[in-house]
Design a protein around this ligand. Sequence first.
Ligand SMILES: Cc1cc2nc3c(=O)[nH]c(=O)nc-3n(C[C@H](O)[C@H](O)[C@H](O)COP(=O)(O)OP(=O)(O)OC[C@H]3O[C@@H](n4cnc5c(N)ncnc54)[C@H](O)[C@@H]3O)c2cc1C
Length: 220
Amino acid sequence: MRPLTDVMHEAKLLFYSKRFDDLVRTFCMNPYGVVVKEKHKDFCTVNGHSFSTKKSNNTNFAILASTTFTEPFHEPIAYGRYIAKLVNLLGEGIIVQRLGDLLQGRRSTAERIKKGSVKPTLTDATAGDLSFAIPFRYISDILEMLEALDKIVPGVYSTSTLLYGAEVKFYSMRLKLTNNLETEVKNLFAAGDGAGITRGIIHAAVSGVVAAREILKRMS
Ligand SMILES: Cc1cc2nc3c(=O)[nH]c(=O)nc-3n(C[C@H](O)[C@H](O)[C@H](O)COP(=O)(O)OP(=O)(O)OC[C@H]3O[C@@H](n4cnc5c(N)ncnc54)[C@H](O)[C@@H]3O)c2cc1C
């Protein structure tokens, strides 16, 4: 990943998949980082981070495919949870699979992963088969994106690339805000992920500045 991460620590790349025309994007890119388990109340998902002092040999990032459901379905959070729980059920937690095994339609095993050139940074993930738990639509979106990404970062679409699942983002809560991020309650502002308007560190920080500038203006 260095051709990309040496230039830009966290590249945000957007892609429209050919088969489904879904918006697919990279998220949470962590050069020399580690994959981590994100614990929710009754299931776990995948996330990742980099340390400022410790470096791994890997770069990890998420690939997210966005879905907006149409009538009559309006339970996107339940849907995301369901997928995460299905992965947990099959893998007793997080599942890790080599890209090469997924493409060959077979599960990964601990032995196959050991043979690969990429060493897992999340060591308690279960080697398995993500295609049993993640809908075909998302598997297809992810594979198309990785294949496209291989043109920018040759090698990313290789047998040893490790895929961890599932990463699920829940973004349906959104407060009603003005352009200055004021809520419907006068002089009450909301910024960052909690307000449902951002999904990452930079945007959350910028949204804080937007709200702070307006508050300062009113105070002076
Ligand atoms: C493991 C992980 C990895 C991530 N990696 C990336 C990445 O690589 N790149 C990226 O762009 N984004 C990443 N994100 C997302 C990013 O961290 C968030 O988008 C960002 O932190 C949101 O900032 P925020 O200030 O809105 O909220 P937060 O950072 O969540 O801050 C909210 C704060 O409010 C505090 N709080 C909550 N409730 C109360 C209360 N009742 N009273 C007082 N304080 C309270 C919390 O303790 C917390 O400190 C990652 C997230 C996780 C969990």
